[in-house]
Design a protein around this ligand. Structure first.
Ligand code: NI
Length: 227
């Protein structure tokens, strides 16, 4: 399942991120690429242990924690400290799959990448090319979102970033280790959560059907969540 999260960052937050990133020192994006993907990857990245990356990462983590859609769809156990990249003209990232396990030099923690996130920090008008594309039918259309919007997708999918032909594409990217590793179970819980919310709205929280459905949701989470 792929989820478009609108307005994760406010325009003020996007501006703040861009102001900090503009003055930052960037390095070759291959620093975090695996052996196969480093051949396909042509972009620039902010080193993960810089004060700028850490400070902006905190802004994003806070926004994620306050976003009900993200919490429901990802059921995060832990979120990898956000990374930042930029693609200038001629840069792109060919077909690849993200590494399954990542160790953060910032936290020292080990993360299983169940979900991948791309948070756009450039508006679509700022550049040509740079669409995020999926190989395995997750989404038929190329993804290019307004600044502040995020796409959440299963990390099990082969994907690429098309070459930039004009302007620059700035983004934050990171991974989520979910409490529910299985994609099918996670998707079911998300659909159920949506249905529960609609039922509660229609029938009221006191209705027996609402109480029962909320119970089913929580008992499934209890059954499937990693402890
Ligand atoms: Ni990737």
């Amino acid at each position: 399942m792929m989820l478009h999260i609108r307005g994760l960052l406010t325009p003020d937050h996007v501006r703040h991120c861009r102001d900090i990133l503009r003055d930052a020192t960037w390095v070759d994006g291959c620093v975090t690429a695996g052996e196969q993907s480093s051949v396909a990857k042509h972009n620039l990245q902010l080193p993960e242990d810089t004060p700028q990356a850490k400070a902006l990462g905190e802004v994003i983590l806070k926004a994620l924690a306050g976003n009900a859609h993200f919490m429901s769809a990802a059921l995060p156990l832990k979120v990898y400290p956000p990374l930042f990249n930029r693609y200038g003209e001629g840069m792109g990232f060919g077909d690849h799959i993200d590494n399954a396990i990542r160790i953060s030099p910032v936290t020292g923690g080990r993360y299983r990448t169940d979900l991948s996130c791309t948070l756009f920090l450039s508006d679509p008008d700022d550049y040509d090319g740079g669409e995020l594309l999926f190989e395995d039918g997750v989404s038929a259309r190329p993804i290019k979102l307004p600044a502040g919007d995020m796409i959440l997708y299963p990390a099990t999918t082969v994907h690429r970033v098309e070459p930039i032909t004009r302007g620059e594409r700035w983004a934050s990217f990171f991974w989520v280790q979910s409490m529910v590793a299985d994609l099918g179970r996670r998707e079911l819980l998300y659909r159920l959560d949506q249905a529960v919310a609609a039922t509660r709205q229609d029938l009221g929280d006191g209705h027996a059907a609402s109480v029962s459905l909320v119970g089913v949701y929580h008992n499934l989470v209890r059954m499937w969540a990693e402890r």
